[in-house]
Design a protein around this ligand. Sequence first.
Ligand SMILES: [Zn+2]
Ligand SMILES: [Zn+2]
Length: 148
Amino acid sequence: MSVQHLLERADLLCKQRGVRFTPTRRNVFTLIAGYQGAVSAYDLLDRLKELEPNAKPPTVYRALDFLLAQGFIHKVESLNAFLFCEHFDEHHPMQLLICNQCGLVIELHDEAINNAFERQAQQNGFVITNQSIEAHGRCRQCESAAPR
Ligand SMILES: [Zn+2]
Ligand SMILES: [Zn+2]
């Protein structure tokens, strides 16, 4: 899906929600959408400075907070990095597979995993307010290239 098309979808959602999709927010959205894997706030800041020379760390963090709140991106907790989400129209369960070698991040949407997790939490009288289910390893390509 082209970044242009994603931007249009995001624009529409922001209008429906009555939130402002400012130029900086759009720029950060576009930058993250262009990455294959996850990207750190500092890498984003470097790229953003090419577009907005006055950009500072808080500029990026505020934009990231907005994009997270709108569901346009996910935070990859174990990498302290951010991942674009193409399925931002719908609320969805999420698990991540992260390749340690090439940085590929595969987003899974298995409802059963989240339900099982939720059930276990309930049995322990625990209320989950936010969660991340992330696994590290090697992707198919890196695994087949690995020496035996
Ligand atoms: Zn997602
Ligand atoms: Zn890999």
